[in-house]
Design a protein around this ligand. Sequence first.
Ligand SMILES: C[C@H](CCC[C@@H](C)[C@H]1CC[C@H]2[C@@H]3[C@H](O)C[C@@H]4C[C@H](O)CC[C@]4(C)[C@H]3C[C@H](O)[C@]12C)C(=O)SCCNC(=O)CCNC(=O)[C@H](O)C(C)(C)COP(=O)(O)OP(=O)(O)OC[C@H]1O[C@@H](n2cnc3c(N)ncnc32)[C@H](O)[C@@H]1OP(=O)(O)O
Length: 382
Amino acid sequence: MALAGVRVIELAGLAPAPFCGMILADFGAKVIRVDRTKVSMALDTQARGKKSVAINLKTPEGVAVLKKLCVQSDVVLEPYRKGVMEKLGLGPRELLRENPCLIYARLTGYGQSGSYATAAGHDINYLAISGLLSRLGRSEEKPYAPLNLVADFAGGGLTCALGIVLALLERTKSGKGQVIDASMVEGAAYVGSFVWKSRSIGMWDRPRGQNMLDSGAPFYDTYQTSDGKHMAVGAIEPQFYRQLLKGLELDAAELPDQMSFSDWPELTKIFADRFASKSQAEWSQIFDGTDACVTPVLTFEEVSSHPHNRERASFIEDAGGQESPRPAPVLSRTPAEPGLALDPAIGEHTLEVLQEYGFKRADIDQMLAAGVIEGHAMKAKL
Ligand SMILES: C[C@H](CCC[C@@H](C)[C@H]1CC[C@H]2[C@@H]3[C@H](O)C[C@@H]4C[C@H](O)CC[C@]4(C)[C@H]3C[C@H](O)[C@]12C)C(=O)SCCNC(=O)CCNC(=O)[C@H](O)C(C)(C)COP(=O)(O)OP(=O)(O)OC[C@H]1O[C@@H](n2cnc3c(N)ncnc32)[C@H](O)[C@@H]1OP(=O)(O)O
């Protein structure tokens, strides 16, 4: 796999950093998640392929353990509020002094500087400060956050993973590590570059929800079908729009022009009436195999059995029978091989990992007795 041999220490976080760690693990990195002690349940639902060690970082011994892990690793990924790692004595200065090759990735909402740097926040706040949230939502309605996909995952976890891979690539030339300041505000804004830069061609001149790609246009929207399901329509180009009209059995000569903004609400009603006259399956049959850019809106229960997804094996099932998306993109020679085992329990691999990183069994036992580390597998054996 592409990242085979890369060792990553991931400090346990809420959602974006776990996703970043999962991407690295999917593509072959050895990812060790550092959990807190005295925690019964892992909040990391993105733990595929990771190992877990539980260390109490509020003890000097715990800090020393983490340092020793980081000295032998390529990447440390931390998801805490600015200043938390420094308070623990685990800031970049300390860790890079001991391991100058270390890539120190800091994934936060607001970044490591600026007046919001130490403020708590979540996806919706970062999206708001990026400017993007102001553009999301239907006409005459308040802004709407599309799940926590944009800041947490696209602008956060994924962008941070890109930063880590770039730093690993650069390190092959310089031999040096570096610090990555991944701000979800900036990552989200960057993901939104198209919106920013396509203002120059008038793409966003109209209020929220009245533009071509933000649910303003009748040919770029979803429509309810007679069975209460939905179809997605993305017939932008004239040749595809003609096919949409053909499928809907509408005559272009009797309709307003496709690009007549003022007629879009009327055209939307006409399309909505048509879509409401047949079931999703009937519309799928009509549009499948055409270039009308019309597809059924599938539920999570339906996606893996849709012929296209099934043919590409786009979804995988883990040992617990839970489905999830296959890692993307697909590399021809060194594709990802996602682990299918159940997610690790907190501290499941403490003993195994510490021994692998050179800790003596007697020292491990001592730290275990003192509550510096915890290991469930270890407990079972004792
Ligand atoms: C929208 C998403 C968030 C969705 C997440 C949800 C899936 C989950 C959120 C709440 C969960 C529920 C809840 O916990 C209650 C139940 C718990 C139960 O166990 C399970 C069910 C629950 C219902 C549970 C279910 C779900 O999991 C939830 C619903 C996001 O937007 S995520 C993005 C968030 N933002 C960031 O990540 C940006 C960077 N981080 C931060 O800004 C802050 O970390 C943050 C997120 C604001 C949290 O601030 P907080 O004050 O809590 O922490 P920090 O200031 O960062 O400090 C961390 C302290 O912890 C110490 N520490 C860390 N590791 C260790 C260790 N190994 N040992 C000892 N101590 C450790 C560290 O030293 C810090 O201590 P100090 O405060 O003393 O400095």
